[in-house]
Design a binder for this molecule. Sequence first.
Ligand SMILES: Nc1ncnc2c1ncn2[C@@H]1O[C@H](COP(=O)(O)OP(=O)(O)OP(=O)(O)O)[C@@H](O)[C@H]1O
Ligand SMILES: [Mg+2]
Length: 246
Amino acid sequence: MYILEGEGVTKYFGGLAAVDGVDFRVDQGEVVGLIGPNGAGKTTLFNLISATYSPKPGIIRFKDIDITHKKPYQICRMGIARTFQMVKIFGNLPVIENVRAGAFFGKSTSVSSANATKDSLELLEYMGLSQVANTPARDLTLANQKRLEVARALATKPELLLLDEMMAGLNQAEVAGAMQLITSIKDRGITIVMIEHVMKAIMNVCDRIIVLHHGKKIAEGTPQEIATSESVIEVYLGEDHHAGSE
Ligand SMILES: Nc1ncnc2c1ncn2[C@@H]1O[C@H](COP(=O)(O)OP(=O)(O)OP(=O)(O)O)[C@@H](O)[C@H]1O
Ligand SMILES: [Mg+2]
């Protein structure tokens, strides 16, 4: 059984096939990278998995259950959480309340306020955000806002975590921290699909990579296979982007 599986997943915006007949499979425990040029359809595929849109046509399954026509809150309750390319935190709320929101709307349907607080404090500690627990979320650095989104997602107790460009705009030290975090989340038994343009991170952290281009899957394989794939180099990686060189 795959934790996540898509068959012929397609999404049109007007005449544009943003995601075009994509088949994909994710095994439990994997870290899968989703890469491709700007506009390739990566975020749209996340929006399809997390039910912002429904594929048409196409089928998406989570642990063999057809989730194609579920609602976003149902997807979250089933155990899929996500972060956003453009962070969507509750800026006016303290950091801890952002995480508590995740605890209340996640997999457990009856969470006491005390337990939500306890879990959220633990997560803030885990993410290195304890010091800013009572700070309005909008006052955090971008790197910490992104970590806060991950904390909020983890508070829903997901089995599958979708990370959309967690490393964009971060400095080298912050990228290194994010890479460690992903490995640590994987060690907690959570399956990860990550969209990322930071090749060093993708190549080092992912077990497998899927490449989209103009909405179509053009390649799939280990980091080594992708780094040396001629078609991937041609449309995306280019001459200067070999594994680990960025
Ligand atoms: N809501 C929308 N309405 C119309 N077109 C859209 C919408 N969302 C995305 N698109 C278009 O669909 C295509 C895929 O966009 P998407 O955001 O999925 O790309 P992406 O691979 O995430 O790119 P990036 O790396 O820049 O984030 C683009 O041509 C984009 O302009
Ligand atoms: Mg995107």
